[in-house]
Write a protein that binds this ligand. Sequence first.
Ligand code: PAF
Length: 283
Amino acid sequence: MQITHSIPELRAALAQRGKPAFVPTMGNLHDGHLSLMRLAGQHGDVTVASIFVNRLQFLPHEDFDSYPRTWDADCAKLEWAGCDVLFAPREKDLYPEPQVFKILPDPLLADMLEGEFRPGFFTGVCTVVMKLFSSVFATTGGGAAVFGMKDYQQLMVIRRMVQQFAMPIEIIAGSTTRAADGLALSSRNGYLSATEREQAMGLSQALKALAEAARRGDTPLAALEAQAMQDLRAKGWAPDYLTVRNRSDLLAPADAYVAADTPLVALGAARLGNTRLIDNLEF
Ligand code: PAF
């Protein structure tokens, strides 16, 4: 694996190597990232990963400073997963001066759910992804990029950005990797205490129960969502949202009761102790 830090170094490493398949990350890698890496291997001539903890997508009270930086372990995992080129820019490589040009995502998609509870998050994500995409793809005439479905709304926002800017990049969705008890793998799971880790599957269980109840179709969705939030609170969680949305636009289904064949997704975000987890389930 070739390690690059600056954009010119990266572009030199990618010259004449064909179409890149790119997995952007913030490091602290787990099996979920590695499965995205392996998926990338099926969609390009050269696999590229990035590690960059992007200050722009953290709110002032969030965990930018304490976000785990696990460089040696990450490099070993990427080698093992078959990554060809790693792009690990320093902050001054991506933001040599304050990043005053920003990507403002479609508010209809980005101001709800995660965007409501983390204002500015998707602007930060889109801005860095645009910059990472231009670093990786500008000299290669496009390629593919892989994003995990665990960050469901992020995946949709990025797809829309790529479509609106007519970028020659195919966005591939990688399915969520889960622990045996159903907990979605996440870099932030490492913040959980041993006791919290034992309770952490509660979020995926709550989404499964919500999806099953919604599919039965005998109770209005709003009542099911309120009940799901209450049940999770009773187990010691502080939920931000647990909700059923259309897969197409993430809006609430028009019908208060769900039709059997509507493609839906249950999405949730909740805090257990100091750790905020998100998850989703298509149904
Ligand atoms: O999903 C993430 O890890 C980040 O939001 C991303 C896409 C790498 C941008 O910083």
